[in-house]
Design a protein around this ligand. Structure first.
Ligand code: FEO
Length: 398
């Protein structure tokens, strides 16, 4: 364990763990690992804010022991039930015998569904605005239901103006650096955008309302310490980015996603991209089985245009495209002009299924382009024209 506990503000220590090896976070492909950030507050009372994934308990415990003995912990604040943050709770509660678990009512229910030993734990459930005095420092709690689970909440240290919002504002990136300025603010924002697109995109309205609530409550924020990735010493950068992402602001960009069996759908995809580029619209092309879905969704987050292509198999979509669209649908992107395109042998059907899904997402959907077997020169002209039409729509609606 190379990393020492790190004092992020006076008497508040990062005691989490860096997971250098994780690449698949419940189907969210992460390229550079992640961190599980837990924070120890040392005052007249000692509080641990969140824990780490079970397999990293030893690392976290060793870091805490460099500051206090585990038996001295008075409160374990569980901002979120999900097991990357609560996984070490049963082991902590065995060693921190006097500790009280502080969480929302939904948090208590969730923890007890996961950890049946919870019957032996003392709980203190909290609501927005509730405070817990530790000595010189005061914790205030802010419920954040569905950001991104019903139990989620943030903990705010009033005197330090430090917000610990758990998953919100996080990033899946493993690094030896703990602060935005060390990793590089632009680099940190890049990872935060990937994280937002793949975890928080469905909750844009809630994110906006929560940011307004923080303003209404008059919470000054000088630092944001999330539960994944780096800590924001420049909170305005990430708050501003969240405002933008949560409002589904779109750019003059077309994302084309396709799969292909014998190259026909690829030829259509390429012609669509070239058509859009000829109109000065930025175009991105992704292969469903070769490119990372998390990256594709990050591009889709702020693209105005979306084209989805699939070969037809058994009168429907090629299964990898269907899988990708299930992922897309679950993340509820908004504010797009979209189109389906497909190749088929006899009956057709893929573009019909894709069009239906795009309509269900309430996009403006253009008529699909279908081509039998191999596209002719005329078919490719049609695909190029479709790309130009998409580009015109994109530019016209921004
Ligand atoms: Fe990082 Fe929702 O867990």
């Amino acid at each position: 364990m190379a990393l020492e506990p790190l004092e992020i503000v006076k008497n508040v220590y990062w005691v989490g763990a860096v997971d250098w090896e994780e690449r698949d976070f419940h189907r969210f492909e992460i390229h550079r690992g992640t961190t599980y950030n837990a924070y120890l507050i040392v005052d007249e009372k000692t509080a641990l804010i969140d824990t780490v994934k079970d397999e990293f308990f030893g690392e976290m415990a060793a870091r805490i022991r460099k500051i206090v003995d585990l038996s001295e912990i008075d409160y374990v604040v569980s901002n979120h039930v999900e097991m990357d943050h609560s996984g070490s709770l049963p082991k902590i509660m065995k060693l921190a015998e006097k500790a009280v678990v502080v969480c929302t009512e939904a948090g208590k229910k969730g923890l007890c569904r996961y950890y049946h030993e919870c019957e032996a734990w003392n709980f203190r459930t909290v609501k927005t605005g509730d405070e817990l005095k530790l000595g010189k420092k005061t914790l205030m709690f802010l419920e954040m239901p569905m950001l991104h689970w019903p139990d989620s909440m943030a903990t705010y240290i009033k005197e330090d103006r430090l917000l610990m919002p758990n998953d919100a504002f996080g990033q899946h990136v493993a690094s030896a650096e703990r602060f935005d300025e060390e990793l590089g603010i632009e680099e940190a924002l890049k990872w935060a955008k990937i994280y937002y697109a793949n975890i928080l995109m469905p909750f844009g309205d809630l994110v906006r309302r929560k940011l307004e609530e923080v303003v209404r409550l008059g919470l000054a924020i000088e630092m944001i310490a999330p539960s994944h990735g780096i800590i924001w010493k420049n909170p305005s950068k990430i708050i501003e980015a969240y405002r933008r992402w949560a409002s589904f602001q779109a750019e003059a960009k077309l994302v084309t996603v396709y799969d292909t069996m014998w190259g026909s759908t690829f030829l259509l995809a390429k012609a669509i991209v070239e058509g859009a580029e000829s109109e000065g619209v930025e175009a991105r092309l992704f292969h469903v089985r070769k490119d990372c879905w998390a990256e594709i969704l990050t591009e889709i987050l702020d693209s105005k245009g979306l084209a989805i292509g699939s070969p037809t198999v058994h009168n429907g979509m090629f299964p990898p495209v269907a899988g990708f669209l299930a992922y897309l649908k679950s993340l509820k992107p908004r504010n797009k002009v979209a189109v389906a395109f497909s190749s088929y042998g006899w009956g057709g059907g893929a573009s019909k299924e894709i069009t239906k899904l795009l309509q269900d997402l309430k996009f403006e959907v253009l008529p699909a382009l279908d081509v039998q077997y191999r596209p002719t020169a005329e078919d490719l002209d049609k695909a190029f024209s479709l790309g130009r039409k998409l580009a015109e729509k994109i530019k016209g609606s921004l």
